[in-house]
Ligand binder design. Structure first.
Ligand code: RBF
Length: 344
């Protein structure tokens, strides 16, 4: 018996050794398969839409850009959350996202977000934010990039005045008042129009929300009656009402953020755009590669390629005279080359 045991020990030792070695390989291999590296390395991104995507291309572009960057890397999950129109709910909802600890990055966009993100950051200092169309420098967990909307609005005002010809009044319908609207967009729009006609005035009216197309139509119709034949609309879903009222009255509309000529050919005579999809893609990609400069606040305009005016559209050529298009092209060329600096 003893002999047998003695004989068996080396055999047993070899067996145990083999089991250990094989088991080790199996475990290592199994670990790689059962807990995929992808899952272990998953990066979770929440895109918080402060409003709804329908009718607001600035938000559509945000989600599209983040998704594109995520699709190029394995192990990145994107969750898009529509925050709705009740602005009082945005901070508690973002607080809940941060408190969950589930998201490596929260992405959002509009000028009210930096203040909300700072408040959330004070409670959950680990949470990182990428915010577009807003500005805040100095928080080591928040990166922001806003657009030069003075340039964007200036180009809109310039085309509006060219189309208005001798009429010294153009309109602007906004979803709500906010510092970027009252302090940058409205003055930029007026300044661009005054480059064409120094006597120009702007009829500025506010819907009070970002969805009421009926109110948008009512305001536009009133403006047209009061003598504004060209209207810039920056009112989300309410833009639909503005374009409808303008089409019915034979007035014209200038679009903001995306190419809007196709929305109502012949009525939409200008499109001053943002490349928010490009910005969202590039900044998300930078985050995924560990090179998003948190704490920094960037501003990008026409010369940097994030703001532009769409000239190469057949509906634009069909609805605006060659003379007016030539003058508009001269303006956009000066902005693209950096020869014209309007400030921020
Ligand atoms: N723009 C939209 O197109 N849709 C919106 O729902 C919307 N909501 C906004 C809410 C707040 C509190 C603020 C400050 C701005 C909002 N904007 C919205 C305007 C947006 O930030 C931007 O100024 C315009 O889209 C013009 O580029």
């Amino acid at each position: 018996m003893k002999q047998m045991r003695e004989r068996c020990w080396p055999f047993r030792a070899v067996c145990i050794g083999m089991i250990c070695v094989l088991g080790g390989f199996a475990f290592a291999g199994g670990e790689r398969q059962k807990v995929p590296v992808d899952r272990a390395a998953t990066t979770a991104i929440a895109v918080f839409i402060p409003g709804v995507m329908s009718g607001s291309p600035i938000y559509d572009m945000l989600a599209a850009g983040v998704r594109q960057a995520a699709a190029e890397k394995s192990g990145v999950e994107v969750t898009v959350i529509e925050g709705g129109f009740n602005q009082a709910e945005w901070e508690p909802r973002i607080t809940t996202l941060a408190a969950s600890g589930q998201y490596d990055l929260i992405v959002s966009s509009n000028p009210s977000l930096p203040a909300i993100a700072s408040a959330v950051s004070a409670k959950f200092p680990q949470q990182q934010f990428l915010l577009l169309d807003g500005e805040l420098a100095g928080n080591p967990r928040i990166y922001t990039m806003r657009y030069n909307q003075r340039e964007q609005a200036y180009m809109a005002g310039h085309i509006a005045a060219l189309v208005a010809q001798d009429t010294p009044r153009i309109g602007l319908v906004a979803g709500q008042e906010y510092p970027a609207m009252n302090g940058v967009i409205l003055p930029g729009y007026l300044a661009g129009a005054r480059e064409v006609n120094p006597d120009m005035t702007v009829d500025f009216r506010v819907v009070g929300n970002w969805f009421d197309a009926g109110k948008g139509a009512e305001l536009a119709a009133a403006m047209i009656r009061d003598g504004a034949g060209v209207i810039l609309c920056i009112a989300g879903g309410a833009n639909e009402g503005v374009v409808q009222a303008a089409a019915e009255a034979g007035a014209k509309v200038v679009w903001f953020d995306i190419n809007g000529y196709g929305i109502r050919p012949g009525t939409v005579v200008g499109s001053s755009i943002l490349h928010q999809d490009k910005a969202a893609y590039e900044k998300t990609k930078a985050f995924l590669e560990g090179r998003l400069p948190f704490g920094q606040a960037d501003i990008a305009g026409v010369a940097a390629g994030y703001v532009d005016f769409v000239e190469d559209d057949p509906d634009y050529r069909a609805s605006v005279s060659p003379g007016a298009r030539e003058k508009q092209a001269a303006l956009t060329a000066r902005l693209r080359s950096g020869a014209l600096d309007l400030g921020e």
